[in-house]
Design a protein around this ligand. Structure first.
Ligand code: HEC
Length: 140
């Protein structure tokens, strides 16, 4: 669903870099950063389910996912996000924050339970329903 995003985003970044005073030139957008951080959190929790990361780090990662979920509505407003990201619809932007909050809460409860199997199931649900609210395929 979001395959052509890079193509759309590139000209915007180039324009931003043109001005003599481009404070954000070359820097990633907060939207891009949010995704990089969420991906890192998913990876950390995945590592916990495989026994290669601590429960404490998985807890921290789940907390971060919950925090980003709370910011999604501001980062991707339903009225403007679809204009910036060709593959994103207003319906997706409207629905995603609540789903991400629910999936994050579920994931946090699972990591806090200290059961890697339960956490793996919650993570699969997060990928499918949470990230999947906007990403058709989630290679993360
Ligand atoms: C609100 C809709 C939405 C949700 C929910 C969402 N994403 Fe994204 N994602 C986007 C958009 C839009 C972009 C493009 C952002 C940009 O480049 O500015 C993106 C980009 C990304 C990228 C960068 C892709 C690339 O090709 O570089 C990663 C990684 C990513 N998302 C991971 C995730 C993960 C992991 C989740 C779930 C925890 C998630 N996303 C949930 C909308 C969403």
């Amino acid at each position: 669903m979001l395959r052509s995003l890079a193509i759309v985003a590139a000209p915007v970044l180039l324009l931003a870099a043109c001005g003599p005073q481009a404070p954000n030139a070359g820097q990633q957008t907060i939207q891009g950063q949010s995704m990089a951080r969420m991906r890192a959190s998913v990876d950390t929790i995945s590592a916990y389910t495989k026994g290669t990361a601590s429960q404490a780090s998985a807890h921290q990662a789940a907390m971060e996912l919950a925090a980003w979920s709370d910011r999604l509505a501001d980062l991707f407003p339903p009225d403007t996000a679809p204009k910036q990201y060709v593959d994103m619809t207003a319906d997706m932007a409207r629905a995603a924050p609540a789903v991400m909050r629910r999936e994050s809460a579920n994931l946090l409860a699972a990591t806090d339970s200290g059961k890697p199997e339960q956490t793996a199931a919650a993570l699969a649900s997060m990928r499918k329903n949470g990230c999947g609210a906007c990403h058709q395929t989630v290679p993360y």
